[in-house]
Structures are given as structure tokens and as C-alpha cells.
Ligand binder design. Structure first.
Ligand SMILES: [Zn+2]
Length: 253
């Protein structure tokens, strides 16, 4: 059953709502209208995710729906239809309560892998443009500047397009279980991206870094020069960069 948020949770939800409103500013090109969603994963089993149809640009703490992460994960494994998945999301009732985002399962999977924090899911125009040009792999595997490594780690996960909602959550869970997908940035071909960090502000920072790198790659063209892998490894392991990453509240390990 859904509990009232604790005082600590309430502050996290307030900060997440504030960050979501900032993220949705049109100049960022991250979302339009009701695109995107955000979740706050508190220690234990709880996940607070935005209600379906919510505009990030007007998000309020009361727009989050509290769910059980373990129940979502079990649902991803057990469900074989959209109707069954809807029952997991709604608890089997349409009785006037807000319905959580259909991507709640994806948030639960990443929360299971990456731990407590904030997950921001957006549909950034430059990232979509790069993937539409068949260059998503470059954004996932190549690192362009030192801060790209600091904030996004040495590589990101790139998923082929699958049906949003249950199928996307199933694919993400499979990759996590196979142990091939440890990253704080997941790129979703034909769909958007997801960023995880320890705070809402940092999740937006990571998102904006990915968008900046997508813009750089688009401007530089297909022959864009990436950092040599030896330099990427060096940046990733430097003590001073680990210190800066901790201050930025980014977990890009
Ligand atoms: Zn989406």
C-alpha cells in the first residue's frame, strides 16, 4: 500500500519537481508537453515516479506516485500483456487515482542496478537527431572531452528501439541481469535517454552533458575526433576526477 512520504522524501520530491521544471525549459530541447518523466528512489523498496500525462514543466511534489520497486520488478518478469502491466501499475483499480508513468518499470530496473538517487528520462532533440542519423553508437562508446568521462563514465548503454513500457523494461532488465549494462546513461534509440545520479540536479547535469556531446558530434560531422581510449581510462581513474565526481553527486562508475 502507498504510504505518506517521510519528511526526507518530501524534500527530495520538492527538489526533483523543481529540477524537472527547470529541465523542461524550451531552450534545453529535452521535452515537449507531457514528454519525459522523473523518479526519486529512496533507500529500501520505494520509488516515487511521475504520474502518466504529467507535464515536467509544471511538476509539483504531489504529482509523484509512490510504488514498490520489488513489485514492479516482479511484474516486469511476470506480465505478458499491456493489460497485465497496467494492473501492476494501477494495483488493478481505475478508481480515480493518478496512474504512474508507463515507464515506471524502466525506472525500477535502473534503480535496482544503480541504487538510491534520481532518474530523469527525457527525449532530447540533439540526441534523437544523432540516433536518427545512425550515430547513436558514437555517443554511447566515444568520449569527446574530459568532463564527458567524469559525468558519464567511459561508456553508455545503447538500446535498440522497442515498444515503450513493458517491452522496454523487459529489455532493460535482461541486460542488467546479463551484467552488460552498468552505466548512469542509457540511450534509447528512436525514443530518448535516461540519466541516473545521486541528486535531481546532478541527473539534469548528466542529461545536459549528453545533449552537449550530441550537439558536438552533430556539428563536427561523422569524422569527429574522440579522446584516445588511453586518455579516457586515465581520466576515469584519476583521483582528483573521482573527487570532483563525488562533489558533483554523479555515480558514473
Ligand atoms: Zn519516453
Amino acid at each position: 500500500m502507498v504510504n505518506r512520504p517521510t519528511v526526507a522524501d518530501a524534500e527530495e520530491l520538492r527538489l526533483a519537481a523543481e529540477t524537472a521544471r527547470a529541465a523542461a525549459a524550451p531552450g534545453n530541447e529535452l521535452v515537449v508537453a507531457a514528454e519525459g518523466n522523473i523518479s526519486v528512489l529512496t533507500p529500501g523498496d520505494r520509488l516515487h515516479v511521475t504520474a502518466s500525462g504529467t507535464r515536467l514543466g509544471r511538476l509539483q511534489p504531489s504529482d509523484f506516485v509512490e510504488m514498490s520497486r520489488s513489485r514492479l520488478l516482479a511484474g516486469i518478469e511476470e506480465c505478458t500483456s499491456d493489460a497485465a502491466w497496467k494492473d501492476v501499475l494501477t494495483g488493478g483499480t481505475d478508481a480515480g487515482t493518478a496512474r504512474p508513468s508507463v515507464e515506471a518499470g524502466l525506472h525500477a530496473v535502473l534503480g535496482e542496478q544503480l541504487g538510491a538517487g534520481v532518474i530523469l528520462h527525457t527525449h532530447p532533440t540533439p540526441v534523437l537527431a544523432l540516433m536518427a542519423a545512425g550515430r547513436g553508437e558514437e555517443l554511447a562508446r566515444e568520449r569527446m572531452i574530459p568532463d564527458h568521462v567524469v559525468m558519464c563514465g567511459t561508456r553508455s548503454v545503447l538500446l535498440d528501439y522497442v515498444d515503450p513500457g513493458l517491452e522496454l523494461a523487459k529489455q532493460a532488465l535482461r541486460l542488467v541481469r546479463e551484467g552488460e549494462a552498468r552505466s548512469n546513461v542509457w540511450l534509447l534509440a528512436g525514443h530518448g535517454m535516461v540519466a541516473h545520479a545521486l541528486t535531481a540536479e546532478a541527473a539534469l547535469d548528466v542529461t545536459l552533458m549528453v545533449v552537449k556531446m550530441a550537439r558536438l558530434l552533430l556539428a563536427a560531422g561523422p569524422d569527429a575526433a574522440a579522446l584516445p581510449s588511453s586518455e579516457v581510462r586515465r581520466i576515469a581513474s584519476r583521483e582528483d576526477e573521482r573527487y570532483r565526481r563525488a562533489l558533483l553527486r554523479v555515480d558514473a562508475g
